[in-house]
Design a protein around this ligand. Sequence first.
Ligand SMILES: Cc1cc2nc3c(=O)[nH]c(=O)nc-3n(C[C@H](O)[C@H](O)[C@H](O)COP(=O)(O)OP(=O)(O)OC[C@H]3O[C@@H](n4cnc5c(N)ncnc54)[C@H](O)[C@@H]3O)c2cc1C
Length: 327
Amino acid sequence: MLSAKAAERLRAIPNLTILFHEPLAPYTRFALGGPAAVFCDTHNAGAFAEALHLVNTLTLPHLVIGGGTNLVVSDDGYEGIVLRFRGKRMIENGTVLCVEAGVMLQDVVDRSIALGLAGMESMTGIPGYLGGAVYGNAGAYGRSMQELVEHVRFTDGERIRTFNNEECQFRYRESIFKDHKGWIVLSADLRFTPGDPEALAKTAGEIRAIRDAKYPPTMKCAGSIFKNVFFADLPASVGAQVPAKLVREGKVPSAWFLEEAGVKGMTRGDIHVATYHANLIYNGGNGRAADLVALIEEAKRRVRERFGFDLQEDVQYVGFEYAETPA
Ligand SMILES: Cc1cc2nc3c(=O)[nH]c(=O)nc-3n(C[C@H](O)[C@H](O)[C@H](O)COP(=O)(O)OP(=O)(O)OC[C@H]3O[C@@H](n4cnc5c(N)ncnc54)[C@H](O)[C@@H]3O)c2cc1C
């Protein structure tokens, strides 16, 4: 896949770690999946940009990952180059934090709270990096990245560009970066409002306790497998069955449809649907991606049969035929 000459050029990039046939499971929260043909890792923004530029110039198949908390990697792995950027710079400028894509989202939450900056406290406990959070417009408890992002710096493979909030085209768990897989987030400016650190920490602490009970920190999972469903998009006959109290911010939890379809507690190999939450699937420790994908398919099939529509995955597939590649 990678010619000796291309490998030599990658190796010549300072501050870039290059590993061949590197198992991807340890880089994902699901802890499953096969190896990447090549794995490039760096803390250095220049090295990351140079590596990305090279793989783009040579039109090599590649994929950028962050914390790997929303990935389902095929048991066969990924026949391409996986790049990970772990740049950790976070610069304060009044109520704005300029954050590199490789910063853990929780570190941004913690720093903002310590600085008395309100806006992210309810996003405590969302794992992964800032870059992945911008890509998927991550959010929880009524807040999402789109309310914080002022600017995003990204590379389109040729040059570094900056988008303002509107240009990022944020929607529920969507952004323009999801539509253009080759556009890679390098950093973002996040704008907060002044707040009281103690009150912010209290809110975050309460939410964290709820989240840790639902997603124990050692659980091998991706949070929710499926996106919630816009009530307005449901066929009228289905909407009529949904208890009104479940509709929040115009959306119905996909867990409700899954539970109604009897998905809770389903098991395949060592992959399990939680007995307390139908939209939570986890790896018991010896799971295989094939079983996970089969379980997801079975869950979708049951919802389709019961309600006549397809749930949409929130997780991103890597190394499967139908996985999307950079464009
Ligand atoms: C226990 C648990 C709870 C969760 N709870 C929530 C929640 O409450 N709300 C929520 O929204 N999500 C939640 N998630 C899902 C996940 O944490 C988020 O989607 C997170 O933002 C993914 O970030 P990541 O760095 O891990 O991305 P990864 O999983 O590494 O990648 C996800 C996608 O982002 C792309 N990507 C990564 N970095 C970049 C970049 N720099 N530029 C462009 N594209 C990039 C990748 O190519 C991939 O397609 C949860 C996950 C877990 C495991």
